[in-house]
Write a protein that binds this ligand. Structure first.
Ligand code: DLL
Length: 423
């Protein structure tokens, strides 16, 4: 078992001491150098000196995507512009994009976080990784690259798309690890099946950017013959892998807590929840320079699984794999559910394929759900409806389509569609 560096196995008390020291430094830095942050703190009537312990973090105001949008393009910057070396941006579904800018130190910090992820997935020096997210404004491609450089891997920077060529590259260069967004893992599975090909050299997959059910993970692992890891991160915290990944024991995501403090809050009240309770995860960065985050509300739902040492030897806090986004929750006929639960239930039905749509349809003021799903011959709409009723407690109409019939998308998959109504 190998670690990228010793911070991963520090004692809990040393981590907490380090977190407090770094938190104080970060607060001083943003207050002194970031007019955006200073204004926010002043409005909330707090200043860095008010934070004397980690518990005092809860005195500080939250940040959200709205701060980033209002701060477009570089209003939130806490360093002179000449110190910037790179930027990434996520467009999201609505309005102004979210920008993250990096100093050299920020790029090093990012690279270190991702390098830890590679080692955690068993990737040693000189082993090969094929990077399949695009190399562009999306942080996935470059983050995977910066990390792979730090981890001394052999990089195949394939970028997005052209699945036939991706498969050829993996086989020609005997690639060990594939990194991509979850939907791309599924796309590769599909093309392999279609073309009756295999990827014998591949042992490891690192997937993220979307929440995926355990059943989806099993499909990817089974079809590609690999072990799949769940990598987590977002533009605002600095990108892919900054907020961790699961280890080979798959018992929660290890958050790199010498770099980020994790809190779980009630998304409605903002109150910090006890360990174990599900809520919105909030991150505070401890080592970032250009645009640090202070109590950034991610919109992602999870819970703290443990602060105890993991079987892998790492001592970081562990959070559950992401359940969905706060605003992903669907309510139909009084039943609340997340798209991931539908996915989990669908893929439990033998013959059902990992391509589906959840249609929310309004007729005469009443909302209903329809599930379109691809399946092998023999699977009927009735089978789908019956299983979903058992698992979710309500009965959406199920329409079964032939393999390949539903449209495919590039990048993160959109699974929920609205008809005669909106979110
Ligand atoms: O998606 C970073 C990334 C790229 C992570 C490639 C992993 C792999 P954004 O585009 O800013 O950045 O989107 C961030 O995506 O708040 C979550 O809602 C979701 N997300 C990211 N990773 C996971 C994951 C990248 N492992 C948003 N599981 C986050 C579930 C994830 N959701």
């Amino acid at each position: 078992m190998s670690f990228f560096n010793s911070a991963e196995t520090m004692s809990r008390s040393s981590i907490e001491d380090l977190q407090l020291a770094r938190l104080k430094e970060t607060l001083e830095h943003v207050y002194k150098n970031g007019s955006y942050y200073r204004r926010k703190f002043d409005d909330a009537g707090v200043e860095p000196g008010d934070v004397k312990s980690l518990d005092d973090l809860s005195k500080l105001p939250f940040m959200s995507k709205e701060d980033f949008r209002a701060g477009y393009p570089l209003e939130m910057l806490c360093v002179p512009r000449e110190e910037l070396r790179e930027m990434h941006m996520s467009s999201g579904s609505t309005g102004t994009p979210v920008v993250m800018a990096y100093t050299q130190a920020d790029l090093d910090q990012w690279g270190e976080c991702v390098a830890r992820c590679y080692r955690m997935a068993g990737m040693e020096k000189g082993e090969s990784v094929q990077i399949t997210p695009s190399f562009g404004l999306f942080n996935g491609g470059f983050g995977a690259y910066h990390g792979a450089r730090k981890a001394d891997l052999f990089i195949i920077p394939a970028g997005a798309g052209n699945t036939d060529r991706q498969i050829k590259l993996i086989n020609d260069f005997k690639v060990k690890c594939l990194l991509g967004v979850v939907s791309y893992g599924i796309r590769i599975v599909e093309v392999l099946k279609e073309k009756k090909l295999a990827l014998p050299s591949l042992t490891t997959g690192i997937f993220g950017a979307e929440s995926f059910s355990d059943s989806m993970r099993e499909v990817i692992e089974g079809e590609l013959g690999i072990e799949a890891y769940d990598i987590y991160g977002m533009t605002e915290t600095g990108g892919i892998g900054t907020t961790g990944m699961d280890c080979k024991f798959h018992n929660g995501i290890h958050v790199w807590d010498d770099h980020y403090i994790t809190e779980i809050i009630d998304p409605q009240t903002g109150k910090v929840l006890p360990d174990g309770e599900t809520g919105e995860v909030v991150f505070t960065s401890l080592t970032r320079q250009a645009i640090p985050v202070i109590r950034f509300k991610t919109g992602d739902l999870t819970r703290i699984v443990s602060r105890e040492k993991c079987e892998c030897g790492r001592t970081t806090v562990r959070i559950d794999r992401i359940k969905g986004r706060c605003d992903d929750m669907l309510i139909v006929k009084g039943v609340n559910f997340f798209p991931k639960q539908v996915e989990q239930a669908l893929l439990e039905i033998p013959g059902v394929l990992p391509h589906y749509q959840i249609i929310i349809e309004e007729n005469n003021g009443v909302r209903d759900v329809r599930i379109n799903v691809e399946a092998e011959p023999g699977v009927t709409g009735y089978m789908v409806e019956k299983h979903l009723k058992e698992k979710l407690g309500f009965s959406p109409a199920g329409d079964v389509f032939a393999p390949g019939a539903l449209p495919r998308q590039e990048g993160k998959a959109v699974r929920v569609f609205y008809k005669n109504c909106s979110k």
